[in-house]
Design a protein around this ligand. Structure first.
Ligand SMILES: NC(=O)c1ccc[n+]([C@@H]2O[C@H](COP(=O)([O-])OP(=O)(O)OC[C@H]3O[C@@H](n4cnc5c(N)ncnc54)[C@H](O)[C@@H]3O)[C@@H](O)[C@H]2O)c1
Length: 342
C-alpha cells in the first residue's frame, strides 16, 4: 500500500483525487493546503477520513507517508520538493516541473541526492488519438518526418495566478503542447524562434498568445501558434495537429482519431501526386489523461522503472518553454542547449 500525502487542494486536485481515491493500492493518509477550509472541503468531498494540515513538515512527521502529490502553484514547487524528498518521500507533481530552469535543475539534483523519484504530470500525452497519431508517424507509411504543426486557440477566464503571471500561455499551457510534440516526434528540440504577443482585448497581464518555430533533430520543423484570449472557433485543449512526411500527411483535431493520406506510388513521373487514405492502427490508451499518467507514475514507484515523465526527461519540454520566452524577449533564435546548460 502506497501512503500518499496529498498537497494542494485547488481546481486540479479534483482530477487527481478522483483517480487516487478509487485505487486499492493507495492510502491517502493526509491532506494539506495553506488554506485549511480548502483542505477540509476536499477531504470531505472525497470521503477521506485522514487528518488535514496546513503545514507540510508537520503532516510528514505525523502521518509518515511514502510519497507526496504536489498540486500547488508552480512558484512553491522547489521548496515543497526539497521538504518532501529530504524527508524521504517520492513526489508525483503537477506540471510544470518548476517555475524556472534553475529550479528545475535543483529539483533533479535533489532527486539524485536523496534518491527519491520526482515525476511530472503530462496528461495530454495519454490519449488514444495521440497514441494512434504517434503510431501513424512511427509506422513509416508517411515517409521521413519533415513538419509538425499545432494550433491552440481558446479563451478561458481562470482568474487567479494565470491572469497575473508573465507568459501565461507559454508557461502554463504550451508546456503540454511542446511535450506532446517531443512525444510525437520521438526527438529532441534544437532551437526556437518565438514571438509572444498580447492583444489589446486580453484579460491577462502577461502575453497570452505566441507563435513559435522550433527546429528539432533531423531538421524537422515544429510550428506552434496559440492564444488564450481567442474568442470563438476554439480548438481542442489538446490542440489541432498536422504532420507532414516525405510521402504523406496526418492530421488530428485533438478529438477522436487522426486521419492520414499518402502518395500512391506510380510508375511514370506525373506532374501531380495522387494520394489515398491510409488506414491508421488505433492504439488504445485506456485510461487516458491524468489517470493514465498516474497509473504510469505509480507503476514506476512500484517497479523502479522511471515513467516517460520523469523529471530528467521532462526538463527538455520545460526548456522549450524557457527557450521560447527568451527568444521572444531577445528577438533571436535561441538554442535549447543555451537553456539546458545554464
Ligand atoms: N495538467 C493539467 O491539465 C493541469 C490543469 C490545471 C492546473 N494544472 C497545474 O496544477 C497546479 C495547480 O493548479 P490549480 O489550478 O489547481 O491551482 P489553484 O490555485 O486552484 O490551487 C492551488 C492550491 O494550492 C494551495 N497552495 C499553494 N501553495 C501551497 C503550499 N506551499 N502548500 C500547500 N498548499 C499550497 C493553494 O492554497 C490552493 O488551494 C499548477 O501547477 C497548474 O499548472 C495542471
Amino acid at each position: 500500500m502506497l501512503r500518499i500525502l496529498f498537497i494542494g487542494c485547488g481546481n486540479i486536485s479534483n482530477v487527481w483525487l478522483s483517480s487516487l481515491s478509487s485505487r486499492s493500492d493507495v492510502d491517502i493518509c493526509g491532506v494539506v493546503d495553506l488554506n485549511r477550509e480548502a483542505a477540509v472541503k476536499k477531504a470531505s468531498d472525497f470521503g477521506l477520513k485522514c487528518p488535514v494540515f496546513t503545514d507540510v513538515s508537520l503532516a510528514i512527521e505525523t502521518v509518515n507517508p511514502d510519497a507526496a502529490v504536489d498540486n500547488i502553484i508552480p512558484s512553491g514547487r522547489l521548496e515543497l520538493a526539497e521538504k518532501c524528498m529530504k524527508a524521504g518521500l517520492h513526489v508525483l507533481s503537477e506540471k510544470p516541473l518548476a517555475d524556472s530552469m534553475e529550479n528545475a535543475k535543483k529539483i533533479i539534483a535533489l532527486s539524485d541526492r536523496y534518491e527519491k523519484q520526482f515525476f511530472v504530470m503530462q496528461n495530454r500525452r495519454y490519449n488514444t488519438g495521440m497514441f494512434s497519431f504517434k503510431n501513424a508517424i512511427d509506422s513509416g507509411r508517411l515517409g521521413e518526418a519533415g513538419y509538425l504543426g499545432a494550433e491552440f486557440f481558446r479563451d478561458p477566464r481562470f482568474g487567479g495566478f494565470r491572469e497575473r503571471m508573465d507568459s501565461p500561455l507559454l508557461l502554463d499551457m504550451a508546456i503540454h503542447t511542446f511535450d506532446q510534440a517531443r512525444f510525437l516526434l520521438g526527438r529532441d528540440p534544437v532551437s526556437v524562434h518565438c514571438h509572444e504577443y498580447n492583444p489589446d482585448w486580453s484579460w491577462y497581464a502577461g502575453a497570452a498568445s505566441a507563435i513559435c518555430t522550433f527546429r528539432f533533430e533531423d531538421n524537422i520543423i515544429f510550428h506552434y501558434t496559440g492564444s488564450w484570449c481567442a474568442p470563438g472557433m476554439k480548438t481542442s485543449w489538446d490542440s489541432s495537429w498536422r504532420f507532414i512526411g516525405s510521402s504523406g500527411t496526418c492530421i488530428w483535431k485533438g478529438t477522436g482519431l487522426p486521419e492520414a493520406e499518402a502518395i500512391i506510388q506510380r510508375e511514370n513521373n506525373e506532374s501531380f501526386n495522387e494520394t489515398s487514405r491510409v488506414d491508421i492502427d488505433i492504439v488504445e490508451c485506456n485510461p487516458g489523461g491524468h489517470e493514465g499518467c498516474i497509473n504510469e507514475m505509480i507503476n514506476g514507484l512500484q517497479s523502479g522503472i522511471r515513467p516517460q515523465t520523469d523529471c530528467r526527461d521532462n526538463i527538455k519540454s520545460l526548456a522549450m518553454v524557457f527557450a521560447a520566452i527568451r527568444s521572444s524577449t531577445e528577438k533571436r533564435e535561441v538554442f535549447i542547449n543555451e537553456i539546458l546548460e545554464v
